[in-house]
Design a protein around this ligand. Structure first.
Ligand code: FES
Length: 106
């Protein structure tokens, strides 16, 4: 199991156990983390699964693909640490990952 912590805009923390092979978005949905809407179900066509990767984790997680970057144009308040959580696959190296949920989604 890979531990992933979601932190809401108001500071509420959700510590979850993610399954390898799932995505960070699927982990949020399975654990009823508020603020991850995921309208398109992970097809990278909605940008409502937007998260900010914690500073400590940006390098390990890496940046978005070109397709994801195009979709991020539709998200609110995009920052350099922005990612679409449906495009981040859970793997062992991400054990302890912290992501921040924006105050609102597109
Ligand atoms: S769930 Fe729609 S882009 Fe991630």
């Amino acid at each position: 199991m890979t531990k992933i912590t979601f932190i809401e805009a108001d500071g509420t923390r959700h510590e979850t156990d993610a399954e390898a092979g799932a995505t960070v978005m699927e982990t949020a949905i399975m654990n009823a983390v508020p603020g991850i809407v995921a309208e398109c179900g992970g097809a990278c066509t909605c940008a409502t699964c937007h998260v900010y990767v914690d500073k400590e984790w940006e390098e390990t997680v890496g940046g978005p693909s070109a397709m994801e970057e195009d979709m991020l144009d539709f998200a609110f308040e995009v920052k350099p640490s922005s990612r679409l959580s449906c495009q981040i696959k859970v793997k062992d190296e991400l054990d302890g990952l912290v992501v921040h949920v924006p105050g609102r989604q597109g």
